[in-house]
Design a protein around this ligand. Structure first.
Ligand code: NAD
Length: 394
């Protein structure tokens, strides 16, 4: 009897578990492991950070959506001893495996930036998302008493996907909190080192996003490289100038990039930012029983010769192929190469706006049509990770 151990119940792990449940031989033992009992829709974390959704709205009980032939174990993975095919835990006995699927997700990356951990708030999971809203809310509430203008200033560091979606969602948050606490204008600034934001989108769509955010009072600073974070200031340089400038705020949010799980580093894998380069079959060279997918894997894009950018959509596509390849190996059948066909890219700009580039049919959407597309794609993702029960959790 083969024992398959899946580490992490995010998009990658839950997707693999559900697929294996359908296609694995009946005598396969499938264990899914996560330190939490809930699956989190991490692509929606920005809503919790902006206070527009409760944690419950973007998470559901893992056991509630698992088929009967998948066993869930709540445990905290500390290391993968891949030479001895054993997983080690901080709170559970070691576990041996015949196949392991690593899908332990991402963490916020600070790139060694001075002050980032101490003076800014990262967005990486439910507790950090809740903390961000708590900080923003309490600073704005505090203004009447403190009269400190920095209480009304919010800075979002980094304007990648996470930063942009958070900024879009903060437009409504600022209006609600301004009225609630009867305070002057709330100032939201984005600090981004690249010369333009959303370079992965068609330039017309990217321009629409910039215009939309600017029209709604968000100040977007590009070519602004963050140098350090101080207790109530972001220190940056602009363009080629080396002169340090400061933007003051009591709510500083850090969305400057992510790394894979630290379990990768702690297990001694060769990796870059905790992402392991995988073969075309999604396993690791010399360790064919070890599959790595989602944010912990670097799956090469043959066109750009660079790792594919990590997304929930990519993790789900990898999960499908990893499950199929494990079963093919068990049955001594040929395995399938992973070829990624993106369905498109969507960035929300608050609850009812966004930009989207859909692959088939090729469509460029903006405004409410893009928000609708995002809604639809979110429901699809929920169905893929949770089936009908996942959808019903909403
Ligand atoms: P990211 O790496 O995509 O973006 C970080 C941004 O911070 C970049 O624009 C970068 O130029 C900027 N930055 C880095 N160092 C800086 C500095 N010193 N000063 C100023 N700016 C700096 O990270 P993310 O936005 O957290 O996203 C993480 C991953 O998750 C990405 O792969 C992203 O594609 C994915 N994601 C996708 C979606 C979606 O598809 N809708 C949503 C959220 C996240």
């Amino acid at each position: 009897m083969a024992h398959i151990v899946i580490l992490g119940a995010g998009y990658a792990g839950l997707g693999t578990a559900r697929k294996l449940a359908k296609i694995a031989p009946a005598d396969t033992k499938i264990d899914l492991i996560d330190r939490n009992t809930k699956h989190v829709e991490s692509i929606e974390l920005y809503q919790v950070a902006a206070g527009s959704a409760d944690a419950d709205k973007i998470s559901f009980d893992i056991r509630g959506v698992l088929p009967n032939n998948v066993n869930f174990i709540q445990a905290n993975v500390s290391k993968i001893d891949y030479e001895n095919k054993t997983v080690e835990f901080s709170d559970h006995d070691d576990m041996t495996y015949d196949y392991v699927v690593v899908g332990l997700g991402f963490r916020s990356e600070n790139f060694g930036m001075e002050g980032a951990d101490q003076y800014s708030y990262k967005l990486q999971d439910i507790p950090t998302a809740e903390k961000i809203y708590e900080v923003i809310n309490s600073n704005i509430r505090n203004y009447k008493q403190s009269q400190d203008p920095n209480d009304l200033n919010i800075v979002v560091c980094g304007a990648g996907f996470t930063g942009i979606e958070l900024l879009g969602e903060l437009i409504d948050t600022a209006k609600i909190l301004k009225a609630k606490y009867d305070v002057p204008e709330i100032n939201i600034t984005s600090v981004e080192m690249a010369p333009q934001i959303l370079p992965m989108f068609d330039s017309e769509l990217a321009k629409y996003a910039v215009d939309f955010l600017s029209k709604n009072g968000i100040k977007i600073m590009t070519s602004a490289k963050i140098k350090k974070i101080e207790p109530n200031a972001v220190v940056y340089t602009k363009g080629d100038s080396e002169e340090e400038q400061r933007i003051y705020a009591n709510s500083i949010i850090w969305t400057v990039g992510v790394s894979g799980s630290d379990v990768i580093k702690d297990s001694g894998f060769e990796a870059r930012r905790n992402r392991i380069t995988v073969t075309d079959y999604l396993n690791v060279e010399d360790h064919p029983e070890l599959y790595v997918i989602g944010d912990d894997s670097a799956s090469m894009d043959p066109q750009s010769n660079r790792p594919l950018p990590t997304t929930g959509q990519l993790a789900l596509a990898q999960a499908e192929v990893a499950a199929e390849n494990i079963v093919a190996d068990l049955k001594k059948q040929p395995q399938k190469k992973f070829v990624y066909k993106s369905k498109g890219t969507i960035a929300s700009l608050g609850p009812s706006h966004g930009i989207a580039e859909i692959t088939k049919p090729h469509l460029k959407l903006k405004g409410s049509m893009a928000a609708l597309a995002k809604r639809f794609s979110f429901e699809q993702v929920l169905y893929e990770v949770g089936g009908i029960k996942g959808l019903q959790k909403k």
